[in-house]
Design a protein around this ligand. Structure first.
Ligand code: AMP
Ligand code: MG
Length: 401
């Protein structure tokens, strides 16, 4: 008989986890160190960008109306009125039937509203033949078209990408307000675990979870703090959890999270705090614990690496995002056709690993103890709790890793 008589739904578990997450304080870091940090405040443009109307091509500044109908056969003939050098402007406004050469990034002369690329022109004595019409605004960035002064350039809660770094630079944000990176303690438990450097004897396995969990934590903008391998020994477990909850903002334990007599995670968390949830209606990942020691959230993950990973992805992520302040941008998904039936028990949210290619999602059925399906798959398909499964040919959303 199942030892889990009371399990909660994934959404209830996530509500509890979000509630437990204490948002990190704000700190300022130099721009160069802000990459992949989470923005703690909106960043406003300090200037109008661009600060002048400029060309985005090498060519001739024109009045668009003068080029209407221009073609190779019947080009528009414009009077060449000189050149604008980079970073300088001209006193000569463009009148009807005139043009001025402007390099990429150069200031557009008064009166011009479009640029014709040099490739579409030909010099003809003192005139320029324009062989392609330019529409109003073509090849031109208008004054403050990008950002206007005081406008929100980047919203708080963003994990700063390479592109975001460029925008921060453009708006002169030299000291970036970001959330402090939370420290997340990681404890791997199990008598059978050995460090990766060792060759496991019969009955032993290498500690995989320390690396899965640490990497996940790192990927989510937190600092992983590993407490190593803890044998199934109450005294060691107690001391390690106590240290971890003192030194970290959250703790993730893997292994020993079930309800067997040998599983001590829930009992030790309860001694030092509260177990709020023990058992979630998710597969893989039912033996999940959500608790706290003082104000420090503690999640007990199942030992099987694939289960631990799915629980991190579906539940643990909300704890980390809640602490870093990262806004949930939603999972990256693609739609695909299922190539096989996927049975599922009602009342339980199932996550099936799939290999998704060319619009076809092939389920990789495997026991939760297998590692190979984690790397041969490139995503998962969710089977909702109310469903008894999915059928071949069904169109599903694949949540990509
Ligand atoms: P447990 O949740 O402690 O009952 O462990 C379930 C299974 O996961 C067992 O086969 C363990 O050996 C395995 N396991 C637990 N922790 C780890 C780990 N850190 N790395 C690899 N396998 C683990
Ligand atoms: Mg164990």
């Amino acid at each position: 008989m199942s030892l889990f008589l009371q399990v909660v739904s994934v959404s209830e578990a996530n509500d509890v986890v979000r509630h437990l997450a204490v948002p990190s304080r704000t700190e300022k870091v130099p721009l160069i160190d802000a990459f992949q940090r989470v923005l703690a405040q909106d960043v406003l443009a300090d200037l109008d960008i661009p600060g002048f109307t400029r060309s985005v091509v090498d060519g001739y500044a024109v009045r668009a109306a003068d080029t209407t109908g221009a073609s190779d056969g019947i080009p528009s003939m414009l009077t060449f009125k000189g050149k604008v050098a980079m970073g300088t402007t001209t006193d000569h406004p463009i009148g009807p039937g005139e043009c001025i050469y402007v390099p990429t990034g150069g200031i557009l002369p008064e009166g011009a509203d479009a640029m014709v690329m040099i490739e579409n022109t030909e010099l003809f004595g003192d005139d320029v033949l324009v062989k392609k019409p330019a529409a109003h605004g073509e090849n031109v960035l208008f004054y403050n078209e990008d950002f206007s002064r005081g406008e929100v350039a980047l919203e708080k809660g963003r994990r700063l990408s390479a592109q975001d770094m460029g925008v921060l630079a453009a708006v002169g944000c030299t000291e970036v307000p970001v959330t402090r990176m939370p420290r997340v303690g990681i404890i791997s438990t199990g008598n059978e675990l050995v460090p990766v450097e060792e060759i496991p004897h019969i009955g032993q396995v290498r500690d995989v979870n320390t690396y899965v969990v640490s990497s996940f934590v790192h990927e989510h903008g937190c600092i992983p703090v590993s407490y190593g391998i803890i044998k199934d020994n109450r005294e060691m477990f107690r001391t390690t959890l106590l240290n971890a909850t003192k030194e970290c903002d959250a703790v993730l334990i893997s292994g020993g999270s079930s309800k067997d007599d040998r599983d001590m995670a829930a009992a030790i968390i309860a001694e030092q705090g509260d177990v709020l949830i023990h058992g979630v209606a998710i597969a893989p990942g039912k033996p999940t614990i959500i608790g706290r020691c003082g104000t420090v959230p503690v999640i007990g993950l199942p030992g099987h690496p694939a289960s631990a990973f799915i629980v991190l992805l579906i539940i643990g992520r909300h704890l980390l995002d809640g602490m870093t302040g990262q806004v949930d941008t939603g999972a990256r998904t693609v739609r695909a056709k299922l190539s096989l039936n996927v049975p599922s028990a009602k009342g339980r949210e199932d996550y099936i690993r799939v290999s998704c290619k060319d619009g076809i999602a092939t389920p990789l059925f495997g026991k939760s103890g297998l590692l190979n399906t984690l790397v041969r798959s490139n995503g998962i398909v969710r089977v909702p709790a109310g469903s008894e499964g999915l059928e071949t040919g069904e169109i599903v959303d694949v949540i990509l890793w």
